[in-house]
Design a protein around this ligand. Structure first.
Ligand code: PLP
Length: 452
């Protein structure tokens, strides 16, 4: 850090403070993890300086031989790890990966047939009328994705994201009685709506998803089936989700982030069937800038780490821990959405404590427990205040905490949530400093046995 400090001490301090904070608080954000030193170091080097637009061996810049090596090795590990026929490791983030996939689907299913109708090999020869016809072909394409309150993500066709402007979106949700996906309702909705693309995957759904059934539905209505496995990629890599629950084996195209349960650098990737690979490769320059070679290097390292046998053990421990946490919270009276969990996250309804998600999130944070507020199905408090708290185990599992510690964490959370009283607004609350200080201290003590 000395080199950074010599230039801008405030940045050096923020980096050092971030490490301290991550060491001392209970990191329970479901989308976060601790990347290994090898992953972090692979990112901080001279690869960052290189431009390499294009694909492996076909770049628009000279001198890309080392980037070619990096990208090839990342692809090799990615394909082997997920047993995928094709991998594209350039997306800079999960949003970018989804954008690459959406354009690939649109190009394959909409642009290519429309261009074939125009029957000109050179787009420079197209008339204005032919361009207008092509643009019209892109309009009103439909997407069926999971609703936000059931755990879907903004990039699955919602207005604040470009996907909500590219597609006319209809949502599928969960059965209110079980909190789990209602596949019969999903099938009916797909038959009525006839989407171009059905999106599986989520940010806050605590159960495994039967991707085989979803693929059957997509085939019945002629849709492309895409899965965004950003959250649970580590559980796919670690072979916790196999067979009907393996997105790669069941979908036409799969996107992911690399930094959540997969424990790599911040970034994204796309996997697809061979027929979509040409379109996916056009991600740069269609929606991506030059690839981040240093991040692709770190992805290669993370994929290689995830191919080791100990990663499968890690993935199973993530689920064991979230199930222990769900059980610990339930036995202390919490309402766990869907009654439990099959994956890396637990969602609780904090209305039980008379709190909004916003109040509960801050009260927990003040007590050294880092979670995030989240909508729950049919949430009466909307997406800003919410009624839920999402709790994830990938990061603490990386530090080595096990099911016994999860029960202690359930006790700490119970103490905070039952000691917090709602205030005059949906954001205000009262929590005695004596309680938050004591819980913070207990959290730090608990972590002392699991150094970072
Ligand atoms: N897809 C899902 C399901 C996510 O949960 C997220 C992030 O929260 C993303 C995509 C976007 O990832 P990123 O923040 O890397 O763009």
């Amino acid at each position: 850090l000395d080199a950074v400090r010599a230039v801008e001490p405030r940045i050096a301090d923020a980096i050092a403070k971030e490490l301290t904070d991550q060491r001392e608080s209970l990191k329970l954000i479901a989308s976060e993890n601790y990347a290994s030193p090898a992953v972090l170091l692979a990112m901080g080097n001279w690869l960052s300086d290189k431009y390499a637009e294009g694909t492996i061996g076909r770049r628009f810049y000279a001198g890309c031989q080392n980037v070619d090596t990096v990208e090839s090795v990342a692809v090799e590990h990615a394909k082997a790890l997920f047993n995928a026929p094709y991998a594209y490791v350039q997306p800079h983030s999960g949003i970018d990966a989804n954008l690459v996939a959406y354009w690939a689907i649109l190009a394959d299913r909409v642009e290519a047939p429309a261009l074939a109708k125009v029957q000109k090999r050179n787009v420079n020869d197209m008339t204005d009328a032919e361009w207008a016809e092509l643009r019209a072909a892109f309009g009103n394409q439909r997407m069926l994705g999971m609703s936000l309150d059931a755990g879907g993500h903004l990039t699955h066709g919602f207005r604040p994201n470009i996907s909500g402007k590219m597609f006319d979106q209809r949502s599928y949700g969960v059965d209110p009685a079980t909190g789990q996906i209602d596949y019969a309702a999903l099938r009916t909705s797909a038959q009525e709506f006839k989407p171009l693309v059905i999106v599986g995957g989520y940010s806050a759904y605590p159960r495994k998803v039967n991707f085989r059934i979803m693929r059957e539905i997509a085939d019945e209505v002629g849709a492309t089936f895409m899965v965004d496995m950003a959250h649970f990629a580590g559980l796919v890599a670690g072979k916790v989700f196999t067979g009907d629950f393996d997105p790669i084996a069941n979908a036409h195209i799969v996107t992911t982030t690399t930094h959540k349960s997969l424990r790599g650098p911040r970034g994204g990737a796309v996997f697809c069937q061979p027929e979509l690979s040409d379109q996916v490769d056009r991600g740069c320059p269609m929606v991506l800038g030059g690839p981040l070679a240093h991040v692709m290097a770190a992805k290669a390292v993370a994929f290689a780490e995830a191919r080791r046998p100990e990663f499968a053990d890690y993935a199973q421990r993530i689920v064991d821990n979230s199930q222990a946490l769900a059980a610990g919270l339930t036995s202390r009276g919490a309402t766990v959405v869907s009654g439990g969990t099959d994956n890396h996250l637990v969602l609780i309804d904090v209305d039980k404590y008379g709190l909004t998600g916003r109040q509960a999130e801050q009260a927990l944070l003040d007590s050294g427990i880092v979670t995030n507020r989240n909508s729950i199905p049919q949430d009466p408090n909307g997406a800003w205040y919410t009624s839920g708290i999402r709790i994830g185990t990938p990061a603490l599992t990386t530090r080595g905490l096990g099911t016994g510690e999860m029960d202690q964490i359930a006790e700490l959370m119970h103490t905070v949530l039952t000691s917090t009283k709602a205030g005059a607004s949906k954001a205000k609350f009262d929590l005695a400093t004596a309680v938050s200080d004591r819980v913070s201290k207990q959290a730090t003590e608990l972590l002392a046995d699991f150094p970072l």
